[in-house]
Ligand binder design. Structure first.
Ligand code: 0RA
Length: 641
């Protein structure tokens, strides 16, 4: 700083500008960290860590330590090059101070290393500084340690040398306490949330170690993945049956870094994640579109060339090629364009072609060189295509019918008189005799009964796509009024509660698994919205004189008998093997009367696990099937899925 008045005043003017910049952040935190809630609080940590990740991406940093202190202050330390501390020729201030106090300043000092990681809004660490009660930065660089402290963004002193750095050591250590004037109300960091984010970051930044320590309760976690996104795919598929080794592509096209790892499993779900400059782009974007296009095209080309599409001249749809797919696409771009501040979607148009090209070539080669993998993948796609086709046919059939006769309800359905779906219940009952009891026992005002006969129920070896063309299932779809598969529409649902009522034996458990699998694959929204239930009929009837007790579990039975004390010897114990053994009144009293019954609400996790069980029951491998039935036969009345 010069000692003439002019230089001093212009220096002061710059300070005012800086303070105004930081004040803007404090006035509108939403624009910079996405709000003032607990989510934004976490974004502050990510913003700081992102700067260290940039160093790792530049090949200059191997380790990042994140510590949550007992008072909820946070330290992030890396072994990167350290934020430069030399004086900026125009601003006449140390680069460190500018990085910490001027919005967007960080990137300008990067030289040839460009900022690749994203940060939430790419505003840089100065926004975090502005929103902190205090912040302290220590830089090890050029053999020395440099330090500066800030309060609500403003330096409390100049950058100072505070000693020597151990030989050869460089890095940056930032400690900050979020400002409770900004982040009001009870809030704190969630270890699991941070873990999730840092795990992802470590996956997509190969070679970096991220260590997280929570001094509030002593928990700690360290992430390092030698294989990068290959490790990510292996991690996602850890509980699934994989069909081939992981395909990995790492290419640079027109200075865009492109990495893809993919692997098919025998699962139903698609697990595909996209990252742009280490940000999880939850809304996808051009890199994801490129990935999908490459996969669909490559598989269709390969299937045709190797005559695996026997006879058909139609191609696999995109959906057909994504069932059971686990994939990560991670791109590093010099100038990523995102759709908006909050929605994370990559918009750079050229990236689509770049990804499509890079993956298309490599995946094509992989299939050529690994015919066994190629065959498994094509078989998986064929299965998906068949199931989709069956769903479409079943749906068309239902639609055609209802177009003819405004609404055709199946003959077997004993409908209720109430018309408000929210008040209506549909009992799906196995077998005619139980169906008869249920029809007589129900409250016909709001309870409808649909008996399903043995046919559907002969599930051995039946494929789910065949099940859709089964008359019993068509009746079920018509009764529900929602259509099925891609054209499923919850608006049409005629019953607020759909209740599966099956026998407490092996067959009953089988049918329940089948129905749950059907709902999971073709009507998941019905489950998600909480409309699906499982009835809980009693296991035992215990008669004692004029009194009758019902036991719903083995524990119930033991308790009731114990309570009867010495009288238990005269008690009459009847085990219900099927619903048909109950008369209509008993069925109402124990299982259907809303005042007394218990219903299990089915969660999507229940249904997903039924789906896995279904695969096991229906799959070709006999030994696992037998083992399942044997081990579960004695506990069938639970949700043994
Ligand atoms: C600007 C330029 C250089 C590094 C950094 C900033 C840097 C920033 C942060 C923030 C947290 N950790 C960081 N580590 C480095 C490059 C300096 C050089 O070329 O030596």
């Amino acid at each position: 700083m010069g000692d003439d008045g002019k230089a001093v005043s212009s220096y002061a003017a710059k300070d005012i500008q800086v303070l105004e910049g930081l004040e803007a952040v404090r006035r509108r935190p939403g624009m910079y960290v996405g709000g003032t809630d607990v989510k934004a609080l976490h974004h502050m940590v990510y913003e700081v860590v992102d700067n260290s990740i940039d160093e790792a991406l530049a090949g200059a940093c191997k380790r990042i330590d994140v510590i949550i202190h007992p008072d909820s202050s946070v330290t992030v330390e890396d072994d990167g090059r350290g934020i430069p501390v030399d004086i900026h020729p125009e601003k006449k201030k140390p680069a460190l101070e500018l990085v910490m106090t001027v919005l967007h300043a960080g990137a300008k000092f990067g030289g040839e290393g460009y900022k690749v990681s994203g940060g939430l809004h790419g505003v840089g660490v100065s926004a975090v500084n502005a929103l902190s009660e205090y912040c302290e930065v220590e830089v090890k660089r050029d053999g020395k340690r440099h330090f500066q402290r800030y309060e609500r963004g403003a330096p409390t002193s100049p950058v100072k040398e505070i000693g020597m750095a151990p030989k050869g050591q460089t890095g940056t250590k930032t400690t900050y306490m979020y400002d409770r004037e900004i982040f009001k109300g009870e809030m704190d960091y969630r270890f699991e949330t941070l873990v999730q984010r840092f795990r992802e970051m470590a996956f997509v930044t190969r070679g970096v170690t991220i260590y997280l320590q929570d001094e509030r309760d002593g928990r700690e976690m360290e992430f390092y993945f030698e294989g990068g996104i290959t490790s990510f795919v292996r991690y996602l598929n850890r509980n699934r049956t994989v069909l081939h080794p992981i395909v990995y592509v790492d290419k640079e096209v027109d200075s865009t870094g492109i990495e893809v790892a993919l692997q098919y499993t025998n699962a139903y779900a698609e697990s595909v994640y996209s990252f742009a400059n280490t940000i999880n782009t939850v809304d996808g974007g051009t890199h994801l579109t490129g990935l999908r296009a490459a996969i669909t095209r490559t598989i269709n080309d390969y299937a045709r060339k190797s005559n695996l599409l026997k006879g058909t001249d139609s191609n696999f749809s995109g959906d057909d090629t994504r069932e059971g797919l686990t994939a990560i696409v991670s791109v590093k771009h010099r100038d990523p364009q995102f759709e908006s501040q909050t929605k994370v979607k990559l918009m750079n148009a050229e990236v689509q072609t770049q990804v499509q090209q890079a993956l298309g070539e490599e995946f094509g080669t992989f299939l050529e060189e690994n015919p066994r993998a190629g065959k498994s993948i094509i078989e998986k796609c064929l299965t998906s295509a068949r199931a989709r086709d069956a769903a479409r046919k079943a749906r068309d059939l239902v639609i055609r019918k209802s177009a003819l006769e405004s609404l055709t309800l199946p003959g077997k359905l004993a409908d209720c008189s109430e018309r408000d779906p929210n008040k209506c219940e549909l009992y799906i009952v196995e077998g005619d005799s139980a169906g008869g009891s249920a029809k007589q026992g129900r409250d016909r005002h709001f309870q409808a009964i649909l008996p399903l006969r043995g046919k559907i129920l002969n599930t051995e070896r039946a494929r789910l796509d065949k099940i859709l063309s089964n008359n019993e299932v068509k009746a079920l779809i018509s009764a529900l009024g929602t259509s099925v598969g891609e054209s499923f529409d919850l608006e049409g649902l005629r019953y607020g509660r759909v209740i599966i009522m099956t026998d407490a034996d092996v067959d009953g458990s089988h049918i329940r698994t089948l129905l749950l699998t059907f709902f999971f694959r073709y009507m998941p929204d019905l489950i998600d919205e909480g409309h699906l239930y499982i009835a809980q009929p009693p296991l035992y009837r215990i008669g004692h004189g004029k009194k009758i007790f019902y036991a719903y579990t083995e524990e119930d039975r033991a308790r009731i008998l114990k309570e009867l004390g010495s009288a238990r010897k005269r008690a009459n114990l009847q085990r219900y093997k099927g619903l048909g053994e109950m008369n209509p009144q008993q069925l109402w009293d124990t299982t259907m009367d809303p005042e007394k019954r218990t219903l299990l609400q089915v969660t999507i996790e229940d249904a997903a696990s039924a789906d896995r069980t279904f695969d096991m029951l229906m799959g070709a491998a006999v030994p696992p099937r037998r083992r399942f039935i044997q081990t579960h036969a004695h506990e069938v009345r639970n949700l043994d899925i």
